[in-house]
Design a protein around this ligand. Structure first.
Ligand SMILES: *Cc1c(COP(=O)(O)O)cnc(C)c1O
Length: 361
């Protein structure tokens, strides 16, 4: 038996061991059919069973209302930055965006190619250490939609609330926190999430879209990027990422077996309380984010003395604690503690941090 490391990678991220074992058992011979999922027609009965069960399980987990379509697309969250605008921003129209960090700014940059973007609020005034409250937002009356990033994976900021936008559709890049806790999907016009953080392997992006928003793509929108075309074709206008879809389905099943989102939320709450609690009480580590705006999923932290960073990371690796270095744009450390990262993994991290503080503090 090989030993599995504690994996704190921001993405592609840890997957539940039970899911990997199931995939391993299925690999050569899925359900006695004599072939792997990768080798099946996406239009055959076998894959249809896999893909529709995955969709139903996701619907059950998030309690997605029936007037929403669920799409399993490719191109990652980054293509959604353009695809959202191509579908929802009319020629000559305007959209509101909230800037809370690197991922929101990438979304803004892409949308600007297609129309007017009003940055209705920016965390810049707080050095990206806090999220501007909605009372500080300058929303437009005539925006086609409002886009925000519920969890900034790199900066480590997360909204503990859902913005109120009245009749204007709310669009969310929930790549790094979808499925981490319960969510009222009916508050959104559209939610998208790249799979490789909290859903499954890369190669897949999940889009949950209110039906009224379909059929609005501008004429220059490539057919493959038109949400209505994908919705009408069950996300199979062309060949979908079948293996990623299947594996994500196993993750949804695993989540249901854990007790669904209320249960995973309890564990995620414990994990982040343990880690932030330890950081805040230590003399050696710092997380500078405003307490109410701290991410449950991505916990950046610094050492008081950054000359020790390399020693810390080398020691972590020796103990099987992987990928704790911060994003290349910010440095320091970051622990991503998605659903598949167990409480035990976070306990092992805190034990190492404690030991390191004793030795070098
Ligand atoms: C990772 C990430 C992205 C980019 O995802 P890709 O699938 O690599 O395009 C976008 N937004 C957020 C919030 C992310 O965490």
């Amino acid at each position: 038996m090989s030993k599995r490391a504690y994996n704190f990678c921001a993405g592609p991220a840890a997957l539940p061991e039970a899911v990997l074992k199931q995939a391993q058992a299925d690999l050569l011979d899925w359900q006695g059919r004599g072939l792997s999922v990768m080798e099946m027609s996406h239009r055959g009965d076998d894959f249809t069973a896999i893909s529709s069960k995955a969709e139903q399980d996701l619907r059950d987990l998030l309690v997605i209302p029936s007037d929403y379509k669920v799409l399993f697309l490719q191109g990652g969250a980054s293509l959604q930055f353009a695809q959202v605008a191509l579908n929802l921003l009319p020629e000559g129209g305007k959209a509101d965006y909230i800037d809370t960090g690197i991922w929101s700014r990438k979304a803004i940059e892409q949308a600007q190619n297609y129309g007017a973007v009003n940055v209705a609020a920016s965390a810049k005034k707080y050095d990206y250490l806090a999220i501007p409250g909605q009372n500080e937002w300058q929303l437009s009356k005539d925006a086609a939609y409002v886009h925000y990033t519920p969890n900034e994976t790199i900066g480590g900021l997360e909204y503990g609330w859902i913005p109120e936008t009245g009749d204007i559709p709310l669009v969310a890049d929930a790549s790094s926190n979808l499925l981490s806790r319960s969510l009222d999907v009916s508050r959104f016009g559209l939610i998208y999430a790249g799979a490789q953080k909290n859903i499954g392997p890369s190669g897949l992006v999940v889009v949950i879209v209110q039906e009224d928003l379909l059929g609005r793509a501008r004429s220059s929108c490539p057919k493959l990027l038109d949400y209505k075309v994908e919705a009408d074709n069950g996300s199979m206008y062309n060949t979908p990422a079948t293996f990623s879809w299947y594996l994500s389905g196993l993750v949804f099943q695993w989540l249901k077996e854990q007790g669904g989102l209320p249960a995973i939320e309890r564990i995620n709450r414990q994990k982040q309380e343990l880690l932030y609690g330890y950081i805040d009480n230590s003399e050696m580590y710092v997380n500078p984010i405003a307490k109410n705006d701290r991410s449950w999923m991505n916990v950046p932290f610094r050492l008081q003395d950054e000359r020790l960073d390399k020693v810390f990371l080398d020691g972590a690796e020796e103990r099987g604690l992987l990928y704790l270095q911060g994003h290349r744009s910010v440095g320091g450390m970051r622990a991503s503690i998605y659903n598949a990262v167990s409480l035990e993994a976070v306990q092992a991290l805190v034990a190492y941090m404690t030991e390191f503080e004793k030795e070098h503090g």
